[in-house]
Design a protein around this ligand. Structure first.
Ligand code: S3P
Length: 449
């Protein structure tokens, strides 16, 4: 339930080399899915390395409200005793998903084929975000949704008592929508088919297979065709959550732009549907290597080593890669400011409907800090100024968006004057240890009055 507190202004100043090891928290996407799927399976699912950020804690609370027993065992270990597919109880109160689009959309999917009525709400950011992208396909199963104008939260969904399976082509690249349909399909008899034209993160598919669901993925001319057989016998699992590449992006990018830096970020999930940023950074000339590449829990993993890279060049980012780095464009735009020449980012309309309009938020803040940015509906261009040439010195609005807040704080580490954000509070949604972790590497972030 983030975004309800008093704003926490923060400021970041030029620092000496960033060095050492950055142990970033568990993957947010996988953490949500582990709790939700654990709650949908009878028996005990054990989770280690869970991200204990506000977004995920909101999902844990929601799963309790649906009748699952969710226990924090300490040290990132959690136990979930689930209620079984179709076994969700009707919650007594409103489900508050705080800042989390992933939480609310996946939970809507998970409850949509049970005969219960659930009211969802969130913070000021989440209550502005479009939900019709999820409730449209859920209506095909027989679920009914009534929300505010434009399909906004607060919203009540009445799940289908007699759900029918669905064949649905997701109109925008969205793992949340795909996952909502798959989770709804779990309690519909027969085969639910989801088609995505562009591959998005596939953690739901991988985890469903891990729990024993009959799920297949086929690459066809239509796109990725995912077929799930409903009403399966699922078996509880032990899930080790890898560390989050989207959080790793911050210390990695900071190391690339702060002179003399050399940072190791161990144990990062490098699922190809998530790792687009690192490919792009290497194309820009980043000194970024993958060490000890291995597979853990079915996901590719490596230790990332990032060193100061004085000769970064702007690039045109392959739009086909957008889904695999969608959350990383804000921090990429910061690296781009320190590169020589323009970095061109196209095919990114989805950035406008995240926790904030991320193109608008970054473009406004970068311009104020002396960086030229052009933007249109689904594209933007950052004109890099090169090392030592970003003025900084300005307070930026974070718009209740954790990634915007962290990106501007990274900017301040290499800009010529400190960069501030009006509210760093939302950082706790995904990266609660951001400040101590960056401080330990040598960054100078202060909470400013
Ligand atoms: C997520 C999917 C992405 C991403 C979000 C996490 C997920 O959203 O931006 O942070 O865990 O499925 P979309 O599905 O809207 O692209």
């Amino acid at each position: 339930m983030s975004g309800h507190g008093t704003p926490i202004p923060m400021s970041s100043a030029k620092c000496g080399p960033l060095t050492g090891t950055a142990n970033v928290p568990g993957d947010k996407s996988i953490s949500h899915r582990a709790l939700i799927l654990g709650a949908m399976v009878v028996g005990e699912t054990r989770i280690t390395g869970l991200l204990e950020g506000e977004d995920v804690l909101d999902t844990a609370r929601a799963m309790r409200a649906f009748g699952a027993e969710v226990v924090d065992l300490g040290g990132g270990a959690w136990s979930v005793h689930g209620v079984g597919v179709g076994g969700f109880a009707e919650p007594d109160g409103v489900i508050d998903c705080g800042n989390s689009g992933t939480g609310v959309r996946l939970i809507m999917g998970a409850m949509a084929t049970s005969p219960i009525a659930v009211t969802f709400t969130g913070d000021a950011s989440l209550n502005q975000r479009p939900m019709a992208r999820v409730t449209d396909p859920l209506a095909l199963f027989g679920a009914q949704a009534v929300g505010r104008a434009g399909g906004r939260l607060p919203m009540t969904i009445v799940g289908a008592a007699d759900p029918a399976p669905v064949r649905y082509t997701v109109p925008m690249p969205s793992a949340q929508v795909k996952s909502a349909v798959l989770l709804a399909g779990l309690n519909a008899p027969g085969q639910t088919v989801v088609i995505e034209r562009e591959a998005t993160r596939d953690h739901t598919e991988r985890m469903l297979a891990g729990f024993g669901a009959d799920i297949t993925t086929e690459d066809t001319d239509e796109g990725r065709v995912i077929t799930l057989t409903g009403q399966p016998e699922l078996t509880p699992q032990t899930i080790a959550v890898p560390r989050d590449p989207s959080s790793a992006a911050f210390p990695v990018c900071a190391a690339l732009i702060v002179p003399g830096s050399d940072v190791l970020v161990p144990n990062i999930g490098l699922n190809p549907t998530r790792a687009g940023l690192f490919t792009t950074l290497r194309e820009m000339g980043a000194d970024l290597s993958y060490e000890d590449e291995r597979t853990e829990g079915g996901e590719p993993v490596a230790d990332l080593r990032a060193r100061f890279s004085p000769d970064l060049k702007g690039v045109e980012v392959d739009p086909a890669r957008a889904a695999s780095m969608i959350d990383e464009y804000p921090v990429l735009s910061v690296v781009a400011a320190f590169a020589q020449g323009p970095t061109i980012m196209r095919g990114v309309a989805e950035l406008r409907v995240k926790e904030s309009d991320r193109i608008e938020a970054m473009a406004t803040g970068l311009r104020a800090n002396g960086v030229e940015v052009e933007d249109g509906n689904d594209w933007w261009i950052v004109h890099g100024r090169g090392h030592g040439a970003v003025p900084g010195g300005v307070i930026c609005a974070s718009h209740l968006d954790h990634r915007i807040a962290m990106s501007f704080l990274i900017l301040g580490m290499a800009a010529n004057a400190p960069v501030s954000v009006d509210d760093g509070g939302p950082i706790a949604t995904s990266f609660p240890i951001f400040e101590p972790l960056m401080a330990q590497l040598g960054a100078q972030i202060v909470r400013s009055a």
